[in-house]
Design a binder for this molecule. Structure first.
Ligand SMILES: NC(=O)C1=CN([C@@H]2O[C@H](COP(=O)(O)OP(=O)(O)OC[C@H]3O[C@@H](n4cnc5c(N)ncnc54)[C@H](OP(=O)(O)O)[C@@H]3O)[C@@H](O)[C@H]2O)C=CC1
Ligand SMILES: O=C(O)C1=N[C@H](C(=O)O)C[C@H](O)C1
Length: 272
C-alpha cells in the first residue's frame, strides 16, 4: 500500500480539485498524500473528507506547498496561471512530477514553466481526456487533407464560471489545424470578431467562445467550404475524464527524465 505513488492535489476545493481527489482516493494505483489550498482558505487545517462533506479521511488540508510536495511523487495541479507557475518552481525543488491542467497562460508563464522543466518532469495539456487528444490528431490530419477552400473555425462552449478564452483545448485544436496546414497559428489566428471586421481572410483559423450554465466542455472544429462542411466534435459530460487522464499522466511520469511532456506522450499518440 505505502509503495503506491503519493499524489498531492492543488486547488483542492475547486471543481477539478474535488474531482481529482475522488479519482485518486478511488484508484488502486495511487494514494493521496496531500491536498493544498491557498493561505486563508476556510478548508486549511480541516480534515479533507469532512471539508468535502463526507467522513474524515485523516488528511488535513494544507497551505504549505513545499512541505506537501516533498512528501509526494507527483502533484496534480488544476488551478490558475500564477499559482501554477509558482508550483512549477516548488515541484522542481521537491523533485516531484508536476501534472499541469491549468489553462490561460501568457507567453511569460509558459517560459517560466519551460525553465522549471529543465529540472523537473512536467506534463502539461489544455485537455487531459483521451477523446480530445484523439480529436487533436484528427484535426491535424483533416487540415492537411483539405486545402484553403475550407475555412477552419474552432467553436467551444463552457460553463459560466470559466475565466479564460479561447479554452486551452480550442488553442490545442487551433495549433493542430495550423500544423496540418503548415502555417504558424499566430500568423493566421482570428479571435474575438466584433463590429465591422471585414471579410474573412482565406487561410485564417477563427475562434468563438460560448459561456453558459454548467456546460462541462464542448469543442467543434468546422471545415466550411462552398456547398459542404466537415465538423469534428468532442463533448465532455463529466469532469472525471479530465481527472482520469491527469492521474494516468502522474503515473506515466514516474522515473521519466526532466522535460516538458504532453498527453500525446502519455497516450502514445505522437507517432500517429
Ligand atoms: N486540462 C484539462 O483537462 C482541464 C483543465 N481545466 C483547467 O483547470 C483550471 C481550474 O478549473 P476549475 O477546477 O474549473 O476552477 P475552480 O475555480 O473551480 O478551481 C480552481 C482552484 O484553484 C485555486 N487557486 C486559484 N488561484 C490560486 C492560487 N493563486 N493559489 C492557490 N490556489 C489557487 C482556487 O482557490 P480559490 O477558490 O481560493 O480561488 C480553486 O480551489 C482552469 O484553468 C481550467 O481551464 C479544467 C478542466 C479540465
Ligand atoms: O475550464 C474548464 O472547465 C475546462 N478547461 C479546459 C480548457 O480550457 O480547454 C478543458 C475543458 O474543456 C474544461
Amino acid at each position: 500500500m505505502t509503495d503506491l505513488p503519493g499524489i498531492v492535489i492543488t486547488g483542492a476545493s475547486g471543481r477539478m480539485g474535488q474531482m481529482l481527489i475522488r479519482t485518486v482516493l478511488d484508484s488502486p494505483r495511487a494514494r493521496l498524500v496531500g491536498a493544498l489550498e491557498r493561505t486563508g482558505h476556510d478548508w486549511i487545517g480541516r480534515d479533507l473528507g469532512e471539508a468535502m462533506g463526507g467522513a474524515p479521511i485523516n488528511l488535513a488540508v494544507t497551505d504549505d506547498p513545499l512541505e506537501a510536495f516533498a512528501r509526494a511523487h507527483a502533484v496534480i495541479d488544476f488551478t490558475a496561471p500564477a499559482a501554477t507557475v509558482e508550483f512549477a518552481g516548488i515541484a522542481a525543488q521537491a523533485r516531484c512530477v508536476h501534472v499541469i491542467g491549468t489553462t490561460g497562460f501568457s507567453d511569460d508563464d509558459l517560459h517560466a514553466i519551460g525553465a522549471a522543466a529543465r529540472h523537473a518532469t512536467i506534463i502539461r495539456a489544455g485537455n487531459m481526456s483521451l477523446g480530445v487528444n484523439l480529436l487533436v490528431q484528427l484535426t491535424r490530419k483533416v487540415a492537411a487533407a483539405l486545402d484553403e477552400d475550407f475555412d477552419i473555425e474552432v467553436i467551444e462552449a463552457h460553463h459560466n464560471q470559466k475565466v479564460d478564452a479561447p479554452s486551452g483545448t480550442a488553442l490545442m485544436l487551433g495549433e493542430a489545424a495550423a500544423l496540418g496546414r503548415g502555417v504558424r497559428l499566430d500568423d493566421v489566428s482570428d479571435r474575438g470578431r466584433d463590429g465591422i471586421t471585414g471579410k474573412r481572410q482565406r487561410g485564417h483559423i477563427g475562434f468563438s467562445a460560448i459561456r453558459g450554465g454548467d456546460i462541462v466542455g464542448e469543442h467543434d472544429v468546422m471545415f466550411a467550404a462552398t456547398g459542404e462542411r466537415v465538423i469534428l466534435r468532442h463533448i465532455a459530460t463529466d469532469r472525471a475524464v479530465f481527472a482520469r487522464g491527469a492521474l494516468k499522466a502522474a503515473l506515466w511520469g514516474q522515473g521519466r527524465k526532466p522535460g516538458e511532456y504532453d498527453m500525446m506522450d502519455v497516450l502514445g499518440l505522437n507517432e500517429n
